[in-house]
Design a protein around this ligand. Structure first.
Ligand code: PMT
Length: 420
């Protein structure tokens, strides 16, 4: 379950409570699960645990002040909120909950919570009387009605010597609920096949033709599909990434190998997403030994590689196919041409090669325009993990409708149009 937290960006807010020490264990477990963590502490929290503890455990500087020009220049409250895939405040004190309810933004943590457009969860910890007080209960109802998630608190003995509801939940329990945030179930029961990364086309035993694909986009989509409940198989060209958890990853090197591997998986596929930057050509005759340098120009003859995406659509029209179109200019018009030529259901138009590296190859961020025969949706520049989740949401929405339409037209072909 905690594998859903892999590669997630978590902002952990720590507020003033005796339970602040448990936040150290939360950071440790998040790191173990593969999350990247940035800790934001309120002033009161620093009275209980030192920022140094969280810095050492998270491997990142701890964020403390709202009006600190230096810290804002490095990663300000808006950037922190945008960086996050989820914000967790644990422990959340009664005072912090009251401030969150009011929409205050006069310290860093409340400002990050207000600026965030991602799931926000609070794990309260306070004295049992403070928890049951009407003011706190009204605040909790108000927060819940805004969609803020509530983890706990627990009933039991408290640090102040009293017994009742108000204890911070155990770190594992908090993280199990946080992991659920990343499970949409939108692709429950479906089998998704993906290609990702570059292919390498050998010239001789030491040289090859390839491209700048890092695999980040495809791996993020594989993870997003798994989190949405799909059984995912990822066919990956050579990249320097760890296989996403709960995804069957099959490594290949050349376009021909990728093609063969894809064909073998088609029987078990409902949705095919081709993110890979497949080399269009391969060297016709790979030299068995290293080609020696001479003063004469060297000519390599290239042969066309199979169009994997096009072949999948031809061989298995019942598979919902999503392609990508990496283009340096006229991105959407060219993507639309590919949509038609390959006869697929969706093409994600991807601007690449810009001067500022705002997306595309190797970058951690991307922006896409999802083109279908009927629609066009732009996903604004964001971390690839977020873009991947948005893409999966769109695929999950249009897949059932597409399948229904396909079934209906197959029936018309078999039995003719039903009488009106
Ligand atoms: O890996 P990253 O560094 O994260 O970068 C992501 C990316 C830029 C590689 C990715 O987002 C992307 O745009 N991938 C498609 C790149 C590409 O080569 O596009 P294309 O226009 O050449 O191909 C169109 C589509 O046909 C693609 O879905 C491609 O996978 C597929 N194709 C292409 C050639 C071929 N022989 N077989 C194919 O299946």
């Amino acid at each position: 379950m905690l594998e859903r937290l892999a590669n997630k960006h978590i902002v952990l807010g720590v507020t003033g409570s005796i339970a602040a020490y448990k936040a150290a264990d939360i950071v440790r477990r998040l790191r173990e699960a593969g999350s990247e963590v940035r800790v934001v502490m309120t002033r009161a929290a620093t009275e209980f645990v030192t920022p140094m503890t969280f810095q050492a455990l998270s491997g990142n500087p701890v964020h403390l002040h709202l009006l600190d020009a230096q810290a804002e220049a490095a990663m300000g409250h808006i950037s922190l909120a945008r960086w996050a895939d989820a914000i967790l405040v644990a422990p959340a004190s009664a005072d912090f909950l009251a401030r969150l309810r009011q929409g205050r933004a006069d310290d860093l943590l409340s400002a990050v919570c207000l600026a965030g457009d991602v799931p926000l969860a609070v794990a309260p910890a306070m004295n049992q009387r403070m928890w049951s007080d009407r003011a706190t209960q009204e605040n909790i109802q108000g927060l819940k009605s805004r969609g803020i998630l509530l983890f706990g608190p627990e009933d039991g003995s408290q640090a102040c010597g009293e017994t009742g509801v108000g204890r911070l939940q155990e770190p594992l329990q908090i993280l199990t609920q946080l992991a659920e945030v990343f499970s949409s179930g939108a692709l429950d029961g479906l089998r998704v096949l993906l290609t990702a990364g570059p292919t390498r086309e050998p010239i001789d035993p030491v040289r090859y033709i390839s491209n700048h694909s890092s695999g980040k986009m495809g791996y993020a989509i594989a993870q997003a599909a798994a989190e949405a409940g799909a059984r995912v198989t990822l066919i990956s060209g050579p990249v320097a990434l760890s296989p996403p958890p709960s995804v069957l990853t099959l490594p290949v090197v050349t376009a021909l190998q990728m093609f063969e591997c894809v064909v073998q998986q088609l029987k078990h596929t409902d949705i095919f997403i081709a993110t890979a930057a497949v080399a269009d050509y391969r060297v016709t005759e790979v030299a068995p030994q290293k080609i020696k340098k001479t003063s004469a120009p060297l000519t390599l003859q290239l042969s066309l590689n199979p169009d994997i995406l096009g072949q999948v659509k031809q061989q298995a029209p019942h598979i919902y196919c999503v392609g990508f179109a990496a283009e340096t200019e006229q991105v959407v018009p060219r993507a639309r041409i590919k949509l038609q030529q390959k006869g697929v259901e969706m093409i994600a138009a991807n601007q690449v090669g810009g001067e500022n590296n705002l997306g595309g190859f190797s970058s951690d961020n991307n922006s896409l325009t999802l083109c279908t025969p009927e629609s066009e949706v732009t996903l604004a520049l964001a971390p690839k993990a977020k873009i991947a989740r948005e893409l999966i949401t769109h695929v999950a929405r249009s897949y059932p409708l597409w399948r229904q339409t396909r079934k209906a037209s197959a029936q018309i072909l078999r039995f003719g149009k039903p009488p009106l």
